[in-house]
Design a protein around this ligand. Structure first.
Ligand code: SOE
Length: 391
């Protein structure tokens, strides 16, 4: 029982870099701003280096540490395992945790391959029969403006989906002297811009439209195929050493897609868009209107209603900070805005509520597998000179 009288939910987290810090912020803040049926307690943080994991636990607010994730998974005081490690470890940790009866939140992309993701889905389905739940961290779904876009589609306000234009633009490796990190290593990350950030826009496009991508044709490019080996890393920035090593993933991915409802999609994911830091841009055009979103102005959704009087019709700039908007009532007065970290709090809030209610969280591992199939189809297409690939 927590001090507030609610039963507790013991959280154990594996990994403590950029995503680990963001998830920690989410767990810490969720019970302070939202009324939750269970009190999440940040009990154990796991990492291989004892000094580093201890320092991270102190900084991020974790009570105890383990230097082997297997010990974390085996602990009786851990009810939910939060996986914030590179993709090559997701399947092993998630499956072990689910088999040990722990709920799982796994960072995206779900895995590095479709085969691994299929094993994870099988483990998740078996666990669900025992009331053990799992979800994948496509966190941008939980931005209030994205929720509003979804709501407008559900309410039929933009009609039948004709076009999805989706971009995820960053520039953090545009400088060829930025050193290698695990995100540029295929054995650790699975793919490059495609899986790291392309996965987000695939998920967002399918989430907002409520449709699935049925086929793709794509190309991938690696602009800088050798980089300095890093001597130290923190988050996305590293210190370049004098030796060089190979980049084994794509720097950019571009693909066309078809959707179940007959609409067309154009997707672009790159880390070479100088000046664009975290620009997740989606514009969706339907038979009755359009919605447009850019994460670099994340509190805003643009909405065009084709039934408006043409004399005054135009994109409405909706500031998504009213208490009627998703999640906002628990935060600040209208107009005061949210930031990057808030979606991680929403993720923790939704997951705690689902665990308390015993309901399947979204996105599920099956949703993560669906994204993985699209990533792999884009890679197949790129390898065969952009041949059309059915999903
Ligand atoms: C790096 O490109 C990164 O941290 C991604 O791994 C995250 O998923 C994205 O949200 C922000 O950028």
């Amino acid at each position: 029982m927590a001090q507030d009288g609610h039963p507790t939910l013991g959280i154990g987290m594996v990994g403590y870099s950029f995503m680990g810090a963001a998830h920690s912020q989410g767990w810490r803040t969720a019970p302070r701003f939202f009324d939750l049926p269970l009190a999440p307690e940040m009990r154990v943080l796991a990492g291989r280096n004892a000094d580093a994991v201890t320092a991270a636990a102190d900084r991020l607010g974790w009570r105890d540490v383990e230097t082997d994730w297997r010990r974390l998974v085996a602990r009786d005081d851990v009810d939910l395992v939060d996986i914030c490690t590179p993709g090559d470890t997701h399947a092993e940790i998630a499956i072990a945790a689910l088999e040990a009866g722990k709920h799982v939140l796994c960072e995206k992309p779900l895995a590095n391959t479709v085969a691994e993701a299929e094993l994870m889905v099988a483990a998740a389905e078996a666990a669900a029969e025992r009331g053990v739940l799992s979800t994948v961290g496509f966190t941008y779904r939980r931005v209030p403006a994205v929720q509003l876009a979804r709501q407008l589609v559900v309410d039929g306000r933009i009609g039948t989906i004709r076009h999805v234009r989706a971009q995820y633009l960053q520039d953090w490796i545009a400088d060829e002297n930025v050193p290698l990190s695990w995100r540029l290593d295929k054995t650790k990350a699975g793919s490059g811009a495609l899986g790291d950030i392309g996965a987000h826009i695939i998920d967002l496009a399918q989430f907002i439209t409520g449709e699935s991508i049925t086929g793709v044709s794509g190309i991938l490019e690696t602009f800088v195929d050798e980089r300095p080996i890093a001597t130290g890393f923190s988050g996305l920035s590293g210190t370049a050493g004098t030796e060089k090593g190979p980049v084994t993933v794509d720097d950019a991915a571009v693909f066309l897609a078809r959707l179940t409802g007959g609409g067309l999609g154009v997707f672009e994911a790159t880390r070479f868009a100088y000046g664009r830091k975290n620009a997740i841009r989606l514009e969706i055009n339907g038979s009755r209107g359009s919605v447009a979103f850019d994460f670099e102005d994340m509190n805003v959704l643009h909405f065009f209603d084709a039934s408006d009087d043409p004399q005054v019709a135009g994109f409405r700039r909706i500031v998504v900070t009213e208490p009627q908007h998703a999640y906002i009532a628990s935060w600040w007065p209208a107009g005061h805005g949210l930031g990057y970290e808030h979606a991680f709090t929403h993720q923790a809030v939704d997951l705690v509520r689902d665990v308390a209610a015993g309901t399947q969280p979204t996105p599920s591992f099956a949703d993560g597998l669906a994204v993985q199939r699209i990533l792999e189809a884009v890679e197949r297409s790129a390898a065969s000179d952009s041949d059309w690939q059915q999903i």
